[in-house]
Design a protein around this ligand. Sequence first.
Ligand code: RIB
Length: 296
Amino acid sequence: MAIYNLGSINADLLYSVPHLPRPGETLASTALRRGLGGKGANMSVAAARGAARVVHIGAVGPDGRWARDLLTEYGVDTRHIAVVDQVTGHAVILLDPDGENTIIINPGANHAIDQNQIGLALAEASPGDILLMQNETTHQAFSAETGSSLGLRVVYAAAPFNADAVRAVLPYLDMLILNAVEALQLEQALGKAPGDLGLADVIVTLGAQGCRWFQGASGQVVDFPALPVTPVDTTGAGDTFTGYLLGGLDRGMQMAQAINLATKAAALMVTRVGTADVIPDLLEIQQMDQPPAKGA
Ligand code: RIB
């Protein structure tokens, strides 16, 4: 099986700041890190590090070949990443000492993905494969409709949140993943609670409170606790959760097992500064369960 991920690819510029700036304020950062990011790329890397086969569908500009090469190095199939005549997407991330962030994205090439390119990629997929999307690219509705008609399991991570974007893909979705704030915004926009959307699965992530799974068929709601960690950077933790969750499901795990794996991956991720480059691998997650070696 495989995950086809229509997703953004960004150059992340991560500035550590003493606090998130107020309107009109000029702030000096205390550190700058550059790396690979984008919600799409982060999810692809997480799923690949979780041992799933991932085909990324996206675009970079001529200045972003390094990002495509890095994704290949990280184990992602990059044959369907186009190089287009646009600047590569980038994100300016401000990180405060509590690990909270503010992010500005410039979509660039992420908004120049071609419909034919998506069609060609999805033509390789088999029924039962996963189609994953977030809201940092164009053509989500077309992809969702195409994926659904091909018998793919269509999954939408509703970030950055936009109610109209969710509305456009909703008829084709099998699974929706969103955080508590987004779930509330969606409920206000549609007048429906997560469990009433008619989807097979809805996962609402709750940060330090874990996550809640709404199972469509049975109407069951199951809560999963988070692991206690001290966060240094929450950027990309949700992407890591989603990538690991879908990677686990694609490899045949039951939902509860995949959520537990994803919860551990996200917990480890918030103890690290950075995005795609620092997403933990399966071995590191297994080591979380091991007692420290004697003398260590
Ligand atoms: O979710 C974190 C990601 O959001 C960053 O990697 C940044 O590129 C933005 O897309």
